[in-house]
Design a protein around this ligand. Structure first.
Ligand code: SF4
Length: 394
């Protein structure tokens, strides 16, 4: 197995159009100090009318969210985009992998625009295709590949989704990870000893789902480290494992610690801890409720006035929930405040620049997944869409 160096370029530096990071913004980016930015964004959007559909992920800044036609998590937004075939332009205020999913699910006549191409996702970057292919080869060498179903989180690049499509795997979201794992194990139920899942890129979502929802134990899980030969695992460990978790994580949700939960419980009587499953297993074990961003929003909407909540997810969403529900006591779970730095790259100047360029007939920062990748990625996405039972959204 060859170990591939993960390019750790500082975001925003260098030019690498094949990756999620580091491209310059061509054209005239308005200065952030321009007092007319809100007016300019509104005017450009009005001029474009039905031709443009602006999507805003829950983790986006308020200055951007105010121009979103719909808000949601990555999966909901991709579906929303697919439901607007009349929109010629989809302006995706989110990160790169989300815009790719929107491009895959929308028609060929629609163009998806990401206002700042350096809005990537550090978690998605933790699994690159060549590393995943190395891991797949290593599983073959260990004699276990036939028992393995690859499952990728929505937070992954289009070529990783395509890998899953080509190799009998599936995509999942934080809302349907349990159903996706059930589906995956069912594919290999005929084998002696059952099947295995290779889950990427988020080890925490994989572990939390396997242990807390599927009844597996921590001993059933091993972590594949793409930076180590053979993932840092022996052939015996691969043979014994049921869940092979990719060593990836979210740099925002990974910041929350179990100690913070203990401290809050000790200082705020009756506080309820509500976290996203991208948090570590230790944090999730201490939480009262765990679920996707859509689940978090609905839980707060349904909570009684006067109730107290500490929320472990991205700060823009927590701030918005606190503002929208002044009758409830809502705090961020971690006092060392942290926004998702890549989500926050989409700001008003970039949005204005993207919209005004469209008005002039120039499509800037288009996200265009090649046909071959799109075809295979769609197979894995369709398997998710075909999952029975509960909706893919909470
Ligand atoms: S919050 Fe985490 S998973 Fe979401 S875009 Fe940011 S780094 Fe990626």
């Amino acid at each position: 197995m060859t170990t591939v160096d993960l390019p750790l370029l500082p975001l925003g530096r260098g030019v690498d159009l094949t990756s999620e990071r580091g491209v310059e913004c061509p054209g005239d980016l308005p200065p952030a100090s321009d007092p007319a930015l809100v007016e300019r964004a509104r005017a450009a959007k009005d001029t474009l009318g039905e031709r443009v559909f602006v999507l805003g992920h829950h983790y986006q800044r308020d200055e951007v969210i105010q121009f979103a036609d719909v808000t949601g998590d990555s999966f909901k937004l991709a579906r929303d985009a697919a439901g607007r075939p009349e929109a010629e332009y989809i302006v995706f205020c989110g990160v790169h992998f989300m815009a790719e999913s929107a491009d895959i699910l929308t028609g060929p006549h629609q163009k998806v625009v990401l206002p700042d191409l350096s809005a990537g996702c550090s978690m998605a970057d933790m699994a690159v295709l060549s590393q995943v292919e190395d891991a797949w080869d290593a599983l073959a060498e260990a004699g276990v590949q036939d028992a393995v179903v690859p499952v990728t989180y929505m937070n992954s690049s289009a070529d990783i989704k395509a890998f899953c499509g080509r190799n009998g795997g599936i995509v999942c979201t934080s809302s349907n990870a349990e159903m996706a794992l059930e589906w995956a194990f069912d594919q290999k139920a005929h084998l002696d000893g059952g099947g295995k899942v290779l889950f990427f890129p988020d080890q925490h979502l994989g572990r939390n789902t396997a242990v807390l929802k599927m009844g597996l134990t921590l001993d059933d899980c091993v972590v594949w480290d793409p930076q180590k030969p053979n993932g840092g695992l022996t052939t015996q460990q691969l043979a014994d494992a049921t869940m092979i978790l990719w060593k990836g994580h979210c740099s925002v949700h990974g910041r929350f610690t179990p100690e913070v939960v203990d401290k809050l419980r000790a200082t705020v009587p009756g506080i309820q801890i509500l976290v996203h499953p991208e948090c570590t297993h230790e944090v999730v074990l201490k939480a009262d409720l765990v679920g996707s961003t859509e689940f978090i929003i609905k839980t707060i909407e349904a909570a009684p006035a006067g109730s107290s909540w500490a929320i472990g997810t991205e700060l823009n969403l927590v701030k918005r929930l606190a503002n929208d529900h002044p009758d409830k006591n809502i705090v961020f779970l971690e006092k060392n405040v942290c926004y998702c730095s890549t989500m926050n790259r989409i700001d008003l100047p970039h949005l204005v620049w993207a919209l005004e360029s469209l008005v002039k007939g120039m499509v800037v920062n288009q996200i265009d997944v090649d046909d071959e990748t799109e075809r295979h990625a769609l197979v894995a996405l369709q398997r998710m869409l075909d999952l029975p039972g509960k909706s893919h959204r909470d």
